[in-house]
Unconditional design. Structure first.
Lengths: 410, 308
């Protein structure tokens, strides 16, 4: 036999080794891309947590000793009330009492009021969690040097009080209560609008539609709508819900007078329009997954098309449809741009009371606080982000659990 | 026999008219048709206001495309500063997300064990589920200081580079999951064939699997661009607030989406030139993303390799 095609030396082995080296190098590169992605996520989460805790140096504009001899945390509720009554102007006290009777407020709320209205905290500087832990002594020395009167305190900006207090113009006293309620109202309206229509459209496309021109257009159009930038939906909402249907969305049609079209109803409808394609696409997948034998059996015993859909297809597709709507809800909760355009107000300190209220939402607050220059606002933005992420994580975990249960069934 | 036959003749087997069924079908059709109506409403509303904007005697074609200052309130109508910053941030985002996303997809589909894959994919899904306003916070308070540390004084507090990089991280999961779908749709036989010829795993991935999945990856790229062009919050927070005609990525410049968000967030009177100009920008955005999405779908449908 003639072996002259084969190289006589070991150049074959050498080139093979070279090829393996290149292969391993690239495998390492591919893996490092994954590591970069994971590191980005870690950096993002760490950055948020880093902002939400840390040292804060503040001074009182009016020393506590001007008002009371006892330390604040030793005063009981009666003494706190007395303190507020004597030191606030009667008009200011009356206004507070009108918002919510003073006697019904809890002690911690009264303490906050004393701090906010009487002592008047003036935050000088804040530090991130990492700096606070690693350079604790430097910070203490710096504060003693720069702000001799200031109090230095390690603070968690995310507290139960943060969740339950309304908006305030001072970062130290601001909370996300109004924002969370606004987000819930908005999402509730969006789902009430989009879920029935989206499910209906999915049923039509999967169960009724022939493969004709119009239905193909509808399907292509839904896929395209899912890719339209969210801010364009905001512009649509501004033009249609806020402006054209102002009589309806402001509630003036129903006798509400103190409002314009920039209400939670407009925002909810806009957000509903935005998540509609998502809901349709997910519901279609859920309906597609129902085995055809169920339909055949129903038709076989003489059921009409709607009876088949209502009694057999829908109940089996329901968990999938719900999973899709939970994902749509989590999209709607995090979406910011359309709300800015539709006009979620940024400073709202009263809870939304109905569909015709002005409102603010969690992502809007995060946006507003992030774009402020003072670092204490970045800290509460970070706290609000943690609240938002926990909310989303809960929703998505529910969706995943639901999905797994369905998968086990078939 | 004749008895059954006579009964059969009396049986009416033609389709019965059921008004309830027809009504339900009509309602369901309307629900489906609403999506068409939404598209028409977008085109009509954006088009109507944009028409008012371009109908304004001060706004000429030459000014719109020929000048580089955008301040509709005082008669400057050059769209370029908004367009260039949108292009620059999107370009940076794609430079970050395409290689990383593709590498992640290749690793997950060709190298990772099924167990590792099921552990790693949720991490990417978390990355995909984070709201864009949180990415904006990350860009402004992490990426910008980091860039300032690396590149020094030249990096502004607001800059396009930081917004673009973070936008790339945001789009990465989209690119990687779409590309991975395309890669794992390539049949095993192709890989086995390459191995049988003595190819290494890397050579198989790059020279056999990747070309076979190229249409899916192309579609992912186009969808990624469309997402980057339409992304609002990251650029609104981190890229700057004010149109600025510059090609320096470390300078602040407002994008089309960022401009809409900033102007519409303030007090805006209807029928002002500011108001109509926003709709003109939104219409451009809508058309650009629509074309990109359609092209992406066409690429998937046209070049899909059928292995059966």
């Amino acid at each position: 036999m003639n072996h002259s095609h084969y190289p006589k030396d070991d150049s074959f082995r050498v080139s093979l080794n070279g090829r393996y080296r290149i292969a391993n190098l690239w495998q390492g590169l591919f893996f490092s891309a994954l590591v970069i992605a994971i590191l980005s996520l870690v950096a993002l989460l760490y950055n948020v947590v880093d902002g939400a805790f840390g040292y804060v140096a503040y001074e009182y504009k009016h020393a506590p000793s001007e008002f009371t001899a006892k330390p604040l945390d030793q005063l009981n509720k009666q003494e706190l009330l007395e303190l507020l009554k004597t030191n606030l102007s009667s008009g200011a006290y009356k206004k507070l009492d009108n918002d919510k009777p003073m006697g019904e407020r809890s002690k911690s709320v009264l303490v906050t009021l004393v701090l906010e209205r009487l002592f008047q905290i003036d935050t000088k500087q804040t530090w991130s969690m990492t700096d606070s832990i690693l350079h604790s002594n430097d910070i203490k020395a710096e504060v003693a040097d720069k702000y001799p009167k200031a109090i230095l305190e390690f603070r968690s900006w995310l507290t139960p009080v943060f969740l339950t207090t309304p908006m305030s113009s001072k970062a130290e006293f601001a909370g996300v209560r109004t924002a969370i309620l606004g987000s819930l109202w908005m999402v509730g309206i969006a789902i009430l609008f989009a879920l029935p229509i989206g499910t209906g459209a999915a049923i039509y496309l999967q169960e009724y539609a022939d493969k004709n021109f119009i239905n193909r257009i509808i399907q292509t159009n839904i896929n395209n709508l899912a890719g339209v930038p969210s801010i364009v939906y905001g512009m649509l909402g501004l033009a249609i819900f806020v402006r054209t249907f102002e009589g309806f969305t402001s509630g003036s049609m129903f006798g509400v007078t103190d409002s314009n079209g920039r209400t939670v109803l407009s925002a909810g409808l806009t957000m509903g329009t935005l998540v509609l394609p998502l809901i349709i696409i997910n519901a279609q997948e859920a309906i597609k997954a129902v085995p055809d034998s169920l339909r055949q059996a129903a038709f076989g015993v003489g059921a009409t098309r709607w009876q088949t859909v209502w009694h057999h297809v829908l109940p089996n597709a329901l968990p999938g449809i719900l999973t899709g709507s939970i994902l749509a809800v989590s999209r709607a909760i995090g979406e910011t741009a359309p709300l800015i355009v539709v006009g979620a107000s940024t400073f709202i300190s009263v809870d939304p009371s109905g569909p015709f209220s002005k409102f603010t939402a969690l992502p809007i607050q995060i946006y507003q606080w992030t774009t402020r220059a003072q670092s204490e606002f970045h800290s509460i933005a970070a706290s609000a982000i943690i609240v938002l992420l926990i909310l989303l994580l809960t929703l998505n975990a529910t969706a995943v659990l639901l999905r797994n249960r369905v998968q086990r069934k078939y | 026999m004749t008895y059954i036959a006579s009964k059969m003749n009396q049986l009416d087997l033609s389709k019965k008219f059921r008004p309830g069924e027809s009504l339900i079908q009509a309602l369901l059709f309307l629900a489906g048709f609403l999506s068409i109506f939404i598209t028409l409403a977008i085109v009509y509303e954006l088009g109507k206001e944009a028409w008012l904007f371009f109908g304004n005697p001060d706004v000429t074609f030459a000014k719109f495309f020929g000048t580089t200052t955008w301040q509709p309130g005082i008669g400057h109508f050059g769209i370029w500063p908004l367009v260039t910053s949108t292009l620059i941030t999107s370009l940076i985002a794609m430079v970050v997300s395409l290689p990383l996303g593709l590498a992640v997809a290749l690793y997950l589909s060709e190298y990772a064990s099924p167990k590792a894959r099921s552990a790693l994919k949720p991490i990417l899904e978390i990355l995909a589920g984070i709201p864009t306003v949180v990415y904006g916070y990350f860009a402004l308070l992490f990426m910008t200081p980091l860039l300032q540390k690396i590149f020094g004084e030249g990096v502004g507090v607001y800059n396009m580079a930081s917004a673009g990089i973070v936008m790339g991280i945001m789009i990465l999961p989209l690119i990687s999951s779409m590309s991975e779908d395309a890669l794992s749709a390539v049949p095993r036989a192709l890989r086995e064939g390459a191995y049988a010829m003595g190819a290494t795993k890397f050579e198989t991935s790059i020279q056999v699997v990747l070309p076979a999945a190229l249409s899916g990856i192309g579609a992912a790229l186009i969808i990624g661009i469309s997402r980057a062009v339409g992304e609002t919050m990251i650029v609104a927070i981190a890229a700057g607030s004010g149109p600025n005609f510059t090609f320096n990525p470390f300078k602040a410049a407002e994008t089309m989406t960022g401009h809409i968000a900033r102007i519409s967030g303030g007090d805006l009177s209807y029928n002002s030139i500011d108001y109509t100009s926003l709709f003109a920008i939104a219409l451009m955005l809508f058309l650009v993303t629509l074309v990109l999405n359609l092209v992406s779908q066409a690429v998937i449908n046209r070049f899909r390799q059928r292995y059966e």
